[in-house]
Design a protein. Structure first.
Length: 95
């Protein structure tokens, strides 16, 4: 009976050791996953910052385009008036 109890205790101790090893491995894996998650969060933060920066750049570019369009419209209007004046002078045979 003592031998049977000792055998059972050794078996239990072995099972507990095995379980402890598995738990240690799981803890290591969880630590690695947490590190990976932290890295992913940092990367996401960097991407968000880059997106914010790009949105600002796009807004600035659009504002610049609007200003250029206004200037081009003004020049086109002046050239249109200029061409019209030339046509009138040609019609009057001044040119």
């Amino acid at each position: 009976m003592d031998e049977e109890i000792k055998s059972t205790l050794h078996l239990l101790v072995g099972m507990i050791d095995t379980l402890g090893s598995k738990i240690d491995n799981l803890e290591k894996r969880m630590d690695n996953l947490e590190k990976r998650m932290d890295n992913l969060e940092k990367r996401m933060d960097n991407l968000e910052n880059r997106m914010d920066s790009m949105e600002k750049d796009i807004k600035d570019i659009k504002e610049g385009q609007n200003e250029i369009n206004k200037r081009l419209d003004a020049q086109a209007a002046m050239w249109g008036l200029h061409e019209e004046a030339i046509q009138q002078l040609k019609a009057k045979k001044v040119i």
